[in-house]
Design a protein around this ligand. Structure first.
Ligand SMILES: [Zn+2]
Length: 171
């Protein structure tokens, strides 16, 4: 697929110093990486690449909104994201293991920023995705949906005596 060509930085073609790139992170981007945890994304990635000889110091600022399923009620949930991801790539046939630096072969002709923008997106998503509370402290979750989910769980396991106990509690 060629849709992510714009993410490729040609190593030989750029001078030392700061280079800036901007990308839309949208549904096409999610589909490319088969990222099914999100339903949609309306986000923007601003990438600063500071090149110093063979070292590429990269800062990715991702911000915007993503659409996901609520972990609690499964209704759609819009989450604001705002995250800065920093990495250093060094073109050197050196060690391959290093916590702080990503080594790529010295003969590399290009760096593809797409996987790093993807990582920034993944890290920007909160672990727990649930609807917030309103100003009165009431959950904005779809309570009707939660009730139906509970009913479905109970109907789906008719022969398990543990559910009978739970059924008794809920009735
Ligand atoms: Zn919810």
């Amino acid at each position: 697929m060629n849709t992510l060509n714009e993410y490729i930085v040609y190593v030989k073609g750029i001078k030392d110093g700061l280079h800036q790139f901007d990308y839309d992170v949208n549904k096409d981007f999610l589909d490319f990486f088969e990222y099914h945890d999100l339903l949609d994304a309306h986000a923007h990635a601003h990438v600063n690449v500071f090149k110093n000889n063979r070292i590429f110091d990269i800062e990715i600022h991702i911000s915007g909104n993503v659409l996901s399923e609520c972990d609690r009620c499964t209704d759609e949930l819009t989450l604001p994201i705002n995250f800065i991801y920093h990495l250093v790539i060094k073109l050197e046939d050196g060690p391959t293991e290093d916590d702080d630096i990503i080594y790529m072969p010295e003969s590399s002709t290009e760096i593809n920023l797409a996987p790093y923008v993807y990582e920034a997106l993944v890290f920007s998503i909160p672990m727990r995705k649930v609807h917030a509370d309103d100003e009165h402290g009431n959950s904005l979750c779809n309570e009707d949906m939660i009730r139906r989910l509970k009913e479905y769980m109970i109907q789906d396991t008719p022969n398990d005596p543990r559910w009978d106990v739970l059924k008794g509690l809920l009735n």
